[in-house]
Design a protein around this ligand. Sequence first.
Ligand code: F0G
Length: 464
Amino acid sequence: MPRIIEPFRIKMVEPIRMTTAEERERYLEAAGFNLFKLPADAIVIDLLTDSGTGAMSSEQWAALMRGDESYAGSSSWERFERAVKDIFGFEHVIPTHQGRAAERILASTLCRPGDVVPNNTHFDTTRANIEAAGTRAVDLPCGESHRLDSVFPFKGDIDLEALERSLDENAGRVPFAMITVTNNGGGGQPVSMENIRRASEICRARGVPFYLDACRFAENAYFIQQRTPEYRETSLLDIAREMFSYADGCTMSAKKDGMANIGGFLCSNDDAVARHEEELLILTEGFPTYGGLAGRDLEAIAVGLYEALDPDYQRYRTASTRYLGEHIVAGGVPIVQPPGGHAIYIDAATFLPHIPRSEYPGQALAIELYRQGGVRSVEIGSVMLGQRDAETGVEVAAEHELLRLAIPRRVYTKSHIDYVVEITLEVAARADSIRGVRIVEQAEALRHFSATFEPVQEAAAPVS
Ligand code: F0G
């Protein structure tokens, strides 16, 4: 098997500024040890997110020049709509400025107070938009997903029995059910075709619309192709079309598998629902032939959606992510197995067992990766997901303390990934001496974006 190489040449470069250890220490202090508050040019390798951080292709840049900025009826819209309908297959396409705008319009159209929306795992903006409508967002990940070291191939699956139960117990109060592909909240794990099909059958038998959160649909299609024998010869485009054929609509952030820096859309097959959604769209996003986007953005997405389905690209992308995972695992760093499509998730609680969960091992590790080599990652643990009781102030920890290394699309080469491996292993070599952190200041909601931290001075008492 020949070596898998980056299937692109580099035509334009963006310099990376190297920083010294002293500079990074000063940046950390100034940012209150919150990596969201760092200036981007203080970062050597930025693995904060794979969202909107990708590099566009020469075809996308060429398409940008064709952008038709007419307020209504632009030809860029026609190309965008044609591409989305070709791949996703839904009747109605509503352009939005990013994924969460699609979620907000969907939730305010369909959700009512007292309703329930099941999902494998809601992404935080999806949850927030559903809850803002007074509806309960319920996560029903499959059993295997709870075991971080299990290599089950489709750990993103929804628990079908739990879905059935949830629909029956809440009959009449489920405006739609959803599956997120791949499951970002659950370690970037894919969802099998069978799981999507059966979830769809369960929903349709009860008259409940079934939606996909399609952000990483192409990575999911690739995993289906690679991990399901009967799909080995099926093209990624046909796999994607089949996935969407089971759904009644979808939300999409084109900042992921749209290969664009901004954009999103909402799809539906229901005329009345789409009409209402378009009314809301005009209120806050824009006219239905551009949503919150410029004509040139629509062009970039129309091209990018197909590029995400290029098998050479997906082979390289998943190989690059897997390479990072396998090499840090070989150095003794525990990760959520198997490596996902867009990110590696380090199991920080297992990696730093001497740091109690109340001292945020994921955040402590994020700080150390930056301190060691300017690598920015994001905590997905109790800082982000911990729930505080409003009255007592007592905190309930998240299920897992994870640190996500998300890989931007077509941005970093193998030597950049080698650098991340080296930095991670240097941190691993001094893991015992890493201290936890305390929160100094925090906001009521979405505190991970703005909270400030300080290092805990004494080592924690040994766990008995
Ligand atoms: N759904 C999923 C599964 C996501 O991962 C995201 C964004 C969204 C919806 C919202 O899309 O950002 O365009 O409004 N995820 C980014 C991340 C922010 O870092 O995982 P958006």
